[in-house]
Design a protein around this ligand. Structure first.
Ligand code: NAI
Length: 331
């Protein structure tokens, strides 16, 4: 039996993670879920958006399935997501974006895997007021973290028989910080002569992604650009409802949908569970349950391809529950 931490999260988090749990159980995988709180729900119950008990559970179980958690904009507690990634040193955020047959999108052959550095950059949150009318934030980039994410991206490219790695940066303006990121990735690229390497300035990358995303393969980015460009990529394959990710380090992996708590649809029963279910598929592969992972993946893609029992965001009329049941019926 496996033990996995389950963080239902806030907003639509409990709706979509419970769909994933139901499907994993229906696929016959023996998992003991250790349910832990994080975000607004943890703040209300324990006065702490990221209780130590939640961190310890992930440290111990090594794998977690996580729903989105709410973060206040401009004020309030520091992002629990950022704190979680830093405290468990989940240094890589890996986000696959592949066209799904049956999901309406502008492109037919998107197949990008994005590697986002997850521990530094402006996300360290080192900022302060300078007087009352100016604010200052500090962007930190280190060679160690940049080489680490680059090595992961290139090793993945070799393992998965990918052809090209693209480094995204703004080193023309941020010559020291993004310059260091770029030169670190370049150094790593030299160790992988069979993989084509290119670099591109982030604004140009965005333009090319919306014009012709098929030209990109594996991408590696510092934290902030990785965050923004990955939502753009989610749009290329049909929206946030179907985009998954994993935060991974040497000791643990946290699987979570890219989307947030979706306050506009919470409680309506119409949230798309696809992203969370695909996260569960990736999590099952990580813990060695490949057969169940394949079975679920097949059922999800079949239900989406047929289009009869899918949620509104991907062109259907089904509720979260109806879509979940249709996937279970197809296992
Ligand atoms: P959001 O992803 O929650 O919503 C953006 C739009 O996408 C909304 O119209 C929403 O209804 C739709 N959407 C998102 N997921 C969907 C799904 N599964 N099915 C159908 N439609 C879906 O982004 P927003 O509004 O910027 O953020 C809301 C809250 O979520 C904020 O507090 C933010 O900090 C938090 N957040 C948390 C994340 C995490 O914990 N990993 C990631 C992103 C945002």
């Amino acid at each position: 039996m496996h033990k996995v931490t389950l963080i239902p999260g806030d907003g639509i988090g409990p709706e979509v993670t419970s769909a994933a749990v139901k499907i994993v159980e229906a696929a016959g995988v023996d998992i003991q879920w250790e349910t832990k709180l994080m975000g607004q729900s943890a703040l209300e119950k324990f006065g702490d958006p990221l209780p130590k008990d939640t961190i310890r559970s992930i440290e111990y179980n090594k794998a977690a399935l996580k729903g989105p958690v709410a973060t206040q904009i401009g004020t309030g507690f520091r992002s629990a997501n950022v704190a979680l990634r830093q405290s468990l040193n989940l240094y890589a955020n890996i986000r696959p974006f592949k066209t799904i047959e049956g999901v309406k999108s502008k492109f037919e052959n998107v197949d990008i895997v994005l590697f986002r550095e997850n521990t530094e950059d402006l996300y360290l949150g080192i900022e302060h007021m300078v007087g009352k009318d100016a604010a200052e934030g500090i962007k930190i980039i280190t060679r160690e973290a940049s080489e680490r994410i680059a090595s992961m991206a290139f090793s993945y490219a070799v393992r998965e028989k990918r052809k090209k790695v693209t480094c995204v940066h703004k080193a023309n303006i941020m010559k020291l910080t993004d310059g260091l990121f770029l030169s670190s990735v370049r150094d790593v690229a030299k160790k992988f002569p069979d993989i084509e390497f290119e670099d591109i300035i982030v604004d140009n990358a965005c333009m090319k992604l919306v014009m012709n995303p098929e030209q990109f393969d594996v991408m590696v980015l510092p934290n902030l650009y990785g965050d923004i460009v990955s939502d753009l990529c989610a749009g290329l394959i049909g929206g946030l409802g179907v985009a998954q990710s994993v935060n991974i380090g040497a000791e643990a992996a946290v699987f979570e949908a890219i989307h947030g708590t979706a306050p506009d649809i919470v409680g309506k029963g119409i949230a798309d569970p696809t992203a969370s279910i695909l996260c569960a598929v990736a999590m099952l592969k990580e813990i060695g349950e490949n057969a169940a992972a394949e079975k679920i993946n097949y059922a999800v893609l079949k239900v989406i391809r047929e289009g009869k029992h899918v949620t509104v965001d991907i062109g259907g009329h089904a509720t979260t529950e109806e879509m979940t049941q249709a996937i279970i019926d197809n296992l």
